[in-house]
Design a protein around this ligand. Sequence first.
Ligand code: EPZ
Length: 420
Amino acid sequence: MKKFVIEGGHRLEGEVKISGSKNACLPIMAATLLAPGKHLLHGVPKLGDVYTMIKILRVTGASVEFKDHTLIIDTGEINNPKVPYELVSKMRASFLITGALLGRLGEAYVARPGGCAIGPRPIDEHLHGFEMLGIEIKEEHGYINAQMGNRQLAQNNVEIHLNEQSVTATENILLASATAKGETHIINGAREPHIIELINFLNLAGAEIEIKDDIIVVHKTGDSLHPLEYEISADYIEVGTFMIGTTITSGDVSLIGAKWEDSRALITKLQEMGVEVEKTNNGIRVKTNGSYNSCSIKTAPYPGFPTDLQPQLTSLLALADGTSVVTETMFEQRFNHIPELIRMGAQVEVDGRSAVINGVQKLSGAQVMASDIRGGVALVLAGLVAKGRTEVSRIYHIDRGYEELEVKLETLGAEINRES
Ligand code: EPZ
């Protein structure tokens, strides 16, 4: 079992190139099924989740090569609609292949994804959207059996109203409807930067998707899309993670590739806390003199404060001047990092969906355990500033979402090693 060993007390300084967005890359990899032929995806991060999606594409019949951040994906021969449990159970986002298989083959037989450490993670919004597109859904032996029964339903105009602004449900409906014969309206769809990026990719491949009066309109194209070459943009959750890492270590870091508009929710909060954040010609620069005020956040769908940055901010607020309140509205169990932070000396009271954090002067290094991607990286950030040595175990969670995290942090001055 690998772990990160961190000696706290080193400022982060310098510049770091942000990797491509995991949550944009995964749906775009699935979308290549809709456009038969050879795709080139650049700026692809070397992450556990990407390797899982590569396996899934190969199972459907695609050939995939991954060389130095470029994926060469040939989807000329897609012939298998079945995706096994052992792949879907490793990563919930695997379920995105369902919409792509429906769009390409008109059928899909995909294991129902399980929950994970941050909550049950239902898929009712996905299935409702598919049914509205005329797809017949059957469940058997833990598998979703989806058949585009009578295709003519997909030729009519369809209006799908999501109760939850679900990211992957919105993406799955986009994938299933991009080549449909009718026009599809998605009401209350999610609007995260990776949704916009998927829409850009599909439009470059020949789809006609626009956002009109807050409704995602998928115009009819009625035929398959064409393959293309595309560059994945910077991961705004990695950007936010490094912004918080810079702040917690009283550092001064430039984040190459970061886009201001994607990170506005966190930038506003950090500025409120007294942190200097400025736009540079190739990204964003963050610096602070060490002390920062408390603040309160409530996670929400984009453009609200992203739930994927809540654990990292909680670590920062553990050392803020004053009391902060963090409310997690998106997931039932996204405070797994808090008991570990308390072991490092944080003062936090969890009450249902809210955590009340009383800032302390210092944290002390300890042995802690990651239980999901973002909760795990929150413990690394705390370790960067804690007095003494911190060991973070179960870092396979972190490797799912961050490429060479310890290498990037070391380059910026942190003392961190990967040990078994
Ligand atoms: C995506 O997960 C991200 N994953 C998550 O990032 C992120 O935390 C989440 O969106 C919210 O931004 C990928 O993009 C691969 P949701 P997703 O469906 O789509 C409820 C990370 O660390 N819901 O937007 O699974 C659900 O319970 C990961 O990179 C339903 O009720 O999240 C939750 O309360 C963690 N029914 C809310 O919607 C459904 O059918 C938002 O979930 C689907 C979701």
